[in-house]
Ligand binder design. Structure first.
Ligand code: CA
Ligand code: CA
Ligand code: CA
Length: 118
């Protein structure tokens, strides 16, 4: 049996470091491109069996909920790209207080995992 519960807990614990890592070039500004990179990077972590798609065999039903757009039970890299673009847009909509399309300073700390949005 897969331990679905413990996998979910692991994801939650990993979120703060994940958000802090968004600023890839460490210039204190997180651009849309960096946000997309951040969100798309989850795919590799969630693909626990390394077969290039996320499905129930990888043990994270929640990611399927949010990124399996055609509802065929698997998230492909293409669907992940769509998800990442939407998640990045969502971060900017939620967190870009001054509307300059870049998250800086306190705006960065506003980024949360898509697991906790809506
Ligand atoms: Ca997989
Ligand atoms: Ca799919
Ligand atoms: Ca900003």
């Amino acid at each position: 049996m897969k331990a679905l519960y413990s996998f979910g807990a692991l994801l939650l614990v990993a979120v703060p470091a994940w958000a802090a890592g968004a600023d890839r070039d460490e210039d204190g500004r997180v651009t849309r491109a960096e946000l997309i990179e951040l969100h798309s990077g989850l795919f590799a972590q969630l693909d626990t069996n390394g077969d290039g798609v996320i499905d129930m065999n990888d043990g994270d039903a929640h990611f399927l909920d949010i990124a399996d757009f055609d509802r065929d039970g698997r998230v492909t890299p293409e669907e992940n790209n769509t998800y990442a673009a939407e998640a990045a847009a969502g971060d900017l909509a939620n967190c870009d207080a001054n509307g300059d399309e870049v998250l800086s300073g306190d705006e960065v700390t506003c980024i949360t995992s898509s697991d906790s949005s809506e």
